[in-house]
Write a protein that binds this ligand. Structure first.
Ligand code: PBG
Length: 335
C-alpha cells in the first residue's frame, strides 16, 4: 500500500478532522471490549484482597473474590481473564511440584470460575517461577536453567490446567520446545480444544518488576532471565520464534512487553497474519498509573491512547491490568 494525496490546497488533511462525524468516518482503528484480556492475581484464603503496592489499584484476590471479579468482567463483555498465583514462600521448592498440583491456587480458581461464569475464557500462565524457590521460570541446577527437564514439568503443569478447565494456556517460560511438547500432550490427553497463546517473543525486560512483587517472586529470584528471555536489541529473532511456535501448534502469539515493542507487534502481524496479542506489562501499568495519580497525565485518556496503540500496531488484543477500567470507558462511549 502506498497512501497518496494531492498537493495543498487540493489536499487539506484538516477537512477530515473538522467534526466528530468526519473523524469517526475516517478513523482507521478501533478499540473494543472484545480486545481485552484481564490479568488477575490470586492469593489464598476466603474474602481476602491484598493491594499490590507497586501497581496502584491492582489487588490479589482469594478464589471466591476472583470469581466475583470474573463475573464483573464477563458482565462488561471482557472475553478472557488470565490467572497468576501468589505463592507463599513455604510452598516453593527447587523441583516446583506445586506447579502441577491439581489443587494449587490456579487450578482451584480455574474450576471455580468455570463453574460460576462459564462464558468467560480462562487463560493461565505456564511457567515455573511462582513455584520455584529459585524464582526462575525453569529448573535450576548448578546455576543453569535446564531446558528439556523444564519442558517436562511444563507439560505436567499444562495438563493439570487443562484438566481443571482452562480454555487458553499461556506458556511464558521461553524454554525451547515447549509449545510442541504441550500441544502433543494436550492432543494425546483428549484436550483438543484447549488453545495455546504462546509468549513467543518475550523480552528480558525491566518492566516486569511490579509483577514479580505481585506474585512474590522478587525475593526468590537470583540473577536475571537473560539466558531464556530475549535480548531487547533483537527483532528478527522475534519473527523466528513466532514462526517456530506457530509451526509447533500455537494458536495465538504474544509480544511482551507491549508499548516499548510495538515495532515487533507490527512485524509479527505483517509477516504471519496470525492472532497476535501484546502484554501491556506491570511496569507499563505502573508508569501510567503513577503519573496519573500524581496528576501529571490524564489517567483515562492516556490509558485509552496506550491501548489504541496496540490495535494500530496490528494486535488483535491486549493483556492489560486496565481491562476493567478500559471496558467501562469503552462502554460509556469515551473510547
Ligand atoms: C513469568 C511471567 C512474568 C510476567 C508474566 N509471566 C514475569 C517474568 O518473566 O519475570 C510478567 C507480567 C508483567 O510484568 O505484568 N513467567
Amino acid at each position: 500500500m502506498r497512501p497518496i494525496s494531492a498537493a495543498f490546497p487540493a489536499a487539506r488533511f484538516r477537512r477530515l478532522r473538522a467534526s466528530p462525524a468526519l473523524r469517526a468516518l475516517s478513523q482507521e482503528n478501533s478499540l473494543s471490549v472484545g480486545d481485552l484480556i484481564w490479568p488477575v492475581f490470586l492469593c489464598d484464603g476466603v474474602g481476602v484482597t491484598q493491594p499490590v503496592a507497586s501497581m496502584p489499584g491492582v489487588v490479589r484476590r482469594s478464589v471466591d473474590l476472583v470469581v466475583k471479579a470474573a463475573e464483573e468482567a464477563a458482565s462488561l463483555g471482557i472475553p478472557a481473564i488470565c490467572l497468576f498465583p501468589y505463592t507463599l514462600p513455604e510452598v516453593k521448592t527447587a523441583d516446583c511440584v506445586e506447579a502441577w498440583n491439581p489443587d494449587n491456587l490456579t487450578n482451584r480458581a480455574i474450576r471455580a470460575i468455570k463453574a460460576a461464569v462459564p462464558e468467560i475464557a480462562v487463560m493461565t500462565d505456564v511457567a515455573l517461577d511462582p513455584y520455584n524457590s529459585n524464582g526462575h521460570d525453569g529448573l535450576v541446577v548448578d546455576g543453569h536453567i535446564l531446558n528439556d527437564e523444564t519442558v517436562e514439568c511444563l507439560v505436567r503443569m499444562a495438563l493439570a490446567q487443562a484438566e481443571s478447565g482452562a480454555d487458553i494456556l499461556g506458556p511464558s517460560d521461553m524454554m525451547d520446545g515447549r509449545i510442541g511438547a504441550i500441544r502433543q500432550a494436550l492432543e494425546a490427553a483428549g484436550h483438543k480444544h484447549v488453545a495455546i497463546l504462546s509468549y513467543a517473543a518475550k523480552y528480558a525486560s525491566a518492566f516486569y518488576g511490579p509483577f514479580r512483587d505481585a506474585v512474590g517472586a522478587s525475593g526468590a529470584l537470583k540473577g536475571d532471565k537473560k539466558t531464556y528471555q530475549m535480548n531487547p536489541a533483537n527483532s528478527d529473532e522475534a519473527l523466528r520464534l513466532v514462526e517456530r511456535d506457530l509451526m509447533a501448534g500455537a494458536d495465538m502469539v504474544m509480544v511482551k512487553p507491549g508499548m516499548p515493542y510495538l515495532d515487533i507487534c507490527r512485524r509479527v502481524k505483517d509477516t504471519f497474519g496470525a492472532p497476535t496479542y501484546a502484554y501491556q506489562v506491570s511496569g507499563e501499568y505502573a508508569m501510567l498509573k503513577g503519573a496519573a495519580l500524581n496528576g501529571w497525565i490524564d489517567g483515562e485518556k492516556s490509558m485509552l491512547e496506550s491501548l489504541m496503540a496496540f490495535r494500530r500496531a496490528g494486535c488483535d488484543g491486549v493483556l492489560t491490568y486496565f481491562a476493567l477500567e478500559a471496558a467501562r470507558a469503552i462502554r460509556a462511549g469515551r473510547a
